[in-house]
Design a binder for this molecule. Structure first.
Ligand code: LRH
Length: 457
């Protein structure tokens, strides 16, 4: 048996997971779990970086204690966010979160500078989410910055001292040319960034480097443990963690966000795909992830936080008992991105459709789940229309796969069979890429997965 470690940092929580790989069998064991949230500091919504690093170290200590034979670590996080380093490699400030509104004000100016939103899509193939790195960088004060380091690469740098820019993560920035998969001079020039500010591009499966001696000492991990570059964008790892099936499969990576897409051999960049708001991100092994980025369980998490509800499970049961045909909202709305009063924003979106807002918390939960399921089904049809593919299954992974009501509604509204799980697809994809890179598993297709997860999705 071989052991690999996954650091999977999500916007609502992170975990350190051990992947025990024995031929075609993979067992995942969560060794450390912690919360994450944005904080308002210096007038910006930021990630609590020092705390996240402390939690990552606590997780690695636990990993070393329980699995001293671990040989490699892989890191994945959400997309688009980054830190700036000065010329001696010091982080200038805690990374700003994509939930901060700083970039919204520069979106139009960036589009003007590249010759319009359609031109930008033709170059980068991405849905223009207002927080894409291209807009964040345009809004950022980069005066003392020597390097721009994307979040998973920043953590990899902390562990190894080696800088890199992993390709799947780079594909969320809006700065890559969708065809050449290298930095786009058109876009970089428009926002005044030199390509050398980004460390060299790396592919999933490459070894980044050995642990820094002080990291090995602080965690108890062996000094020859390496950090292996994985699909460091969590979506890319999640898709790599979906068991291979015959026929086109729509994946839904359902966590804080919902990423609904198809894996394709190459990008589809047309006026129709642009109008439909579909992105061409990069997956593991250079596949194209042709997907829409929509709100996800964030809507539930923020609603629960605002109600301080004592029994979310009871709420979910009550929501399941409500009749079908209630109001739905557009879960792609930019108004849903910032933290804060979620039920009120949902009510306002429902009112704008001319319907009566949901009645009480169970009604709101049902509205969220109906809206997510309706969007998963509609996006599936849209993806089929745009590519000519005829999806046979919808495969829901991540936290949303534990939500039976969400999976059931998606099946009903799409008319397709829904395969739910694994809940830890992202960690699994992270582990599988490492296992393959180190000769412990021949392919990304797996025979069986065992996880120790259960609970509210
Ligand atoms: C999902 C995700 C998504 C990004 C968002 C910021 O976790 O990576 O792909 O757009 O976070």
């Amino acid at each position: 048996m071989r052991v690999f470690g996954a650091i999977d940092l999500g916007a609502s929580g992170g975990r350190v997971i051990a992947g025990l790989v024995d031929g075609g069998e993979v067992t995942l064991r969560t060794v450390h779990r912690f919360g994450n949230r944005v904080e308002l500091r210096d007038g910006r919504l930021r990630w609590p970086y020092a705390e996240l690093i402390a939690e990552m170290f606590a997780g690695l200590r636990e990993l070393a204690r329980r699995y001293p034979e671990v040989e490699s670590i892989g890191i994945d996080t959400w997309g688009v966010d980054y830190g700036l380093l000065d010329d001696s490699g010091v982080l200038l400030a805690d990374p700003v979160s994509y939930r901060d509104r700083r970039a919204a004000g520069v979106v139009d100016a960036v589009h003007d500078r590249v010759g319009g939103v359609a031109r930008l899509y033709d170059v980068n193939g991405l849905q223009p989410m207002p927080f894409n790195t291209v807009y964040q960088l345009a809004a950022d004060d980069r005066r003392n910055a020597a390097r721009i380091v994307l979040l998973p690469d920043l953590l990899g740098y902390r562990l190894t001292g080696v800088l890199g820019t992993e390709l799947t993560m780079a594909s969320t920035t809006g700065l890559l040319d969708v065809r050449t998969r290298d930095w786009s001079s058109v876009v970089l020039e428009a926002i005044g960034v030199r390509p050398e500010m980004f460390p060299p591009l790396r592919q999933a499966g490459e070894v980044l480097g050995c642990l820094r001696p002080e990291v090995a000492r602080a965690t108890g991990l062996r000094p020859d443990v390496v950090v292996t570059t994985v699909g460091s964008h969590d979506t890319a790892s999640a898709v790599a963690g979906i068991a291979v099936e015959a026929g086109p499969v729509v994946f839904v990576s359902s966590g804080t966000w919902s990423l609904v897409g198809l894996e394709l051999p190459g990008p589809v960049v047309t006026e129709a795909s642009r109008r439909a708001g579909v992105s061409n991100e990069i997956g593991v092994d250079g596949r194209t992830l042709f997907l829409r980025n929509l709100a996800g369980l964030w809507l539930l998490q923020q609603s629960l936080a605002s109600w301080q509800h004592p029994d979310p499970q009871a709420l979910l049961t009550a929501a399941g008992e409500l009749p079908a045909g209630g109001p739905i909202i557009d879960v792609g709305s930019n108004e849903l991105i910032p933290p804060g009063a979620m039920p009120e924003r949902i009510d306002a979106l429902v009112r704008a459709t001319g319907r009566r807002p949901p009645d009480g918390p169970a009604g709101t939960v049902r509205c969220i789940l109906d809206s997510l399921a309706a969007t998963y089904a509609a996006t599936t049809r849209e993806l089929a229309r745009l590519t000519g593919a005829q999806p046979r299954t919808i495969h829901i992974v991540g936290g949303g796969s534990r939500n039976d009501l969400l999976c059931r509604l998606t099946g009903q509204l799409s008319g397709l069979p829904v395969v739910a799980g694994p809940v830890e697809a992202t960690a699994l994809g992270n582990i599988l890429v490492q296992a393959r890179a180190h000769g412990a598993g021949a392919s990304l297709g797996i025979e069986s997965v065992h996880t120790s997860e259960a609970g509210w999705g």
